[in-house]
Design a protein around this ligand. Structure first.
Ligand code: WTA
Length: 656
């Protein structure tokens, strides 16, 4: 769906500027803008130079083969991602340095050196092989944030299997759908993971997900919490049993650069999640390069990205990008406010974390919890801060910079997507003067534009669509088994350009200001959720006839979910039914998709052609004027909306 560019003009205007300090600039990997110019002149040469810093089993013949909308990077080249993330470092003095420094929510700690991680990955690669997994087979991973999550991902990479990590908060239904779509015969899970002091029973959810799913042959279960779990003979195996029996070394597969490394399902504008497929060579070059320059990584850093590996941020900036650079990665299992809202700050103080990469929603939550929590801790080890996942409001940016960064740390606001694989718009901390709220400019070698619905660049400070004009190495290859949908979703809106689905404007200095999604995807607490997915879940309830789900501004989460539901004839609304509907969504998708507000209404506002006017509903719940949006879609619809509004206003007392 394309909406008129004029309707998304931005309101944000900020004039503050934060140049990098001399102290930071002089030590930074990139300390002037020359790289932008050279990469712009010859992006392929720029990426090839970066690619040469990785280990290749066979050099590529061609940097880029661009047959729009399909890009092939490093064609003819062969490499193995686990070799690049592990073997390369094990062969040097890095072997005994920390790869993963981990802390569980209950306070247990483990450190895996590069050699330790290499050993675990080799054995687990052999475990997978022993269960019949080979090149190209899909492996589903459903684990808490424990080192084994990285081990399982890298073990897949070692043998050329394609992983599909499913976030630990997703429901049995969601796992099942993803396993069916990926035709995955194996799932790696744990008995449980900790969240707010309680073990979350993952294996039990998996049992429900794969019950009667004939396709699934094996479940490997890591014992994390020691809770009782039923194990089915022949199908379920304990991780440690298999590891003990496995051979210690596994020869890495030399993969084509264009072979898929993983699939990651993400919400789109329809009910069905999209299997975003990423490549091996281009992806690794993209994430390794951006990790190195955006976070200005150095050997003595302890780098902490607070995301979960179930999302793309964890794939690219906990596992592949940092490990390819030989970084020491800190990993935390649990909730930020457990047992107290100072947990993160305590970790930073105790562990000497130097780089923190997190989401605006977390920053806003900490702001609410009060300055006394960070103030109680010495955060002077920090030297760089990053954010990702949604637009950061200038107030949160400033709080982060001052209260957490002590006014000393550059803040990198990084824009990217599951589909882009790697950061595309970001400051470079040693050279870019930042403005709070702006992701600044495209990374070297990346070309981004803000255009109107005809693909024409919009004037300065006018809202439009963010598009990426040239292929980049981390770009998705396709949607799994659905190249047509790939073409349609990303390449049909503005011919020849990658359509991001985000609104943006470019200011007078050429800085990009992201304005959020312009389609029916909602960003709740930094997590992408498709409204259609939730609507289909609601409509699958036996008492529901129709549903519309929209996002509404929320002070901490960025946006919250609001659902309007029309019941089938003869059904009566009640609080019990509302609770039941929420439970229904939790079961169908997961807790993150449960609407905060749920209203039962007589009907939904529709255009004459019968389409639900979600955009109008969205404006209404956001407290905006409806006139414009309404007339655009259907002049006759204004009255319809007014009537509907009256009805909704009348039933506000009905709120959950
Ligand atoms: C939003 C997460 C503004 C955007 C890596 C994008 C952002 C969606 C930023 C992708 C940012 C991400 N500023 N918006 N720095 N980073 N977004 O696929 O709407 O979970 O399209 O990838 O998050 O979410 P996804």
């Amino acid at each position: 769906m394309v909406v008129s560019g004029s309707t998304i003009d931005s309101l944000l205007r900020e004039n503050e500027r934060y140049p990098p300090s001399d102290a930071f600039r002089t030590r930074a990997r990139i300390h002037d803008d020359a790289v932008y110019e050279s990469a712009r002149k010859d992006p392929e040469a720029f990426w090839a130079e970066e690619a040469r810093t990785l280990a290749w089993a066979r050099p590529w013949a061609k940097v880029l083969e661009w047959d729009p909308p399909f890009a092939k990077w490093f064609v003819g080249g062969r490499l193995n991602v686990s070799v690049n993330c592990l073997d390369r470092h094990v062969a040097t003095a890095r072997r005994n340095q920390a790869a993963i420094v981990w802390e569980g929510e209950p306070g247990d700690r483990r450190t895996l050196t590069y050699h330790d991680l290499w050993r675990d990955v080799n054995r687990f690669a052999n475990v997978l092989k022993g269960l019949g997994v080979g090149r190209g087979d899909r492996v589903t991973i459903y684990l808490p944030m424990i080192p084994e999550l990285a081990v399982a991902m890298l073990a897949c990479a070692r043998i050329g299997a394609v992983h599909s990590v499913v976030f630990g908060g997703f429901s049995a239904h969601a796992i099942r759908d993803r396993m069916e779509d990926a035709e995955s015969r194996i799932i790696v899970t744990a008995d449980a993971g900790y969240r707010r002091g309680n073990p979350l029973p993952l294996k039990r959810t998996v049992d429900e997900a794969i019950a009667g799913l004939d396709l699934v042959r094996h479940a490997v279960v890591f014992r994390r919490a020691g809770i009782e779990v039923p194990m089915r003979e022949g199908r379920d195996h304990w991780w440690h049993d298999l590891m003990e029996k496995a051979e210690p070394e596994c020869e890495p597969e030399a993969m084509d650069a264009t072979d898929p490394l993983f699939i990651l399902y993400t919400s789109g504008t329809t009910g069905k999640p999209k299997g975003v497929q990423h490549s091996t060579g281009g992806y690794l070059v993209g994430v390794a390069t951006t990790t190195k320059y955006v976070f200005d990584l150095r050997d003595d850093d302890l780098y902490w990205c607070t995301a979960d590996c179930g999302w793309v941020t964890g794939h690219s900036y906990i596992v592949y990008g940092p490990l390819a650079n030989g970084a020491s990665v800190f990993m935390y299992e649990g909730a930020p406010d457990w047992p107290e809202p100072d947990r993160w700050w305590r970790i930073i103080e105790e562990r000497d974390v130097t780089i923190l990469y997190t989401a605006p929603t977390a920053i806003r939550a900490f702001m609410r919890w009060g300055d006394e929590h960070p103030k109680r801790h010495d955060l002077s080890s920090l030297r760089l801060l990053g954010t990702v996942g949604e637009p950061i409001n200038p107030e949160a940016w400033r709080w982060y910079s001052r209260t957490i960064g002590g006014g000393r740390c550059p803040v990198v606001d990084t824009w990217w997507q599951t589909e882009t694989g790697m950061i595309l718009i970001t400051p470079l901390p040693g050279t870019t003067t930042t403005k709070p709220g702006s992701a600044t400019r495209p990374f070297p070698g990346i070309e981004a534009e803000v255009v109107d619905e005809h693909g024409r660049r919009v004037p300065v400070n006018r809202g439009g669509y963010l598009v990426i004009s040239k292929p980049w190495p981390g770009m998705l290859q396709t949607l799994y088994k659905d190249p047509e949908r790939y073409r349609e979703v990303y390449w049909s809106q503005i011919p020849g350009k990658y359509f991001t689905g985000d609104g943006a404007r470019v200011d007078e200095d050429g800085y990009l200001w992201l304005m959020g999604r312009i389609d029916d995807v909602i960003n709740v607490a930094g997590h992408r959720i498709g409204t259609m997915e939730i609507e289909s879940a609601l409509v699958s309830h036996s008492k529901v006839a129709e549903a519309a789900v929209v996002g509404k501004p929320h002070p901490v989460k960025g946006q919250s979910l609001v659902a309007y539901v029309v019941l089938k004839r003869g059904e009566k609304g009640s609080d019990a039914l509302k609770r039941d509907l929420q439970k229904h969504v939790r079961e169908a998708i997961g807790a993150i998709a449960v609407p905060d507000d749920l209203y039962i209404t007589e009907k939904l506002p529709k255009t004459r052609s019968g389409k639900i006017m979600r955009r109008v509903i969205r404006s209404i719940v956001s407290g905006q004027e409806i006139g414009d949006a309404t007339t655009l879609e259907d002049p006759g619809a204004v009255d319809e909306v007014r009537k509907w509004l009256q009805e909704i206003e009348g039933s506000r007392g009905d709120r959950r």
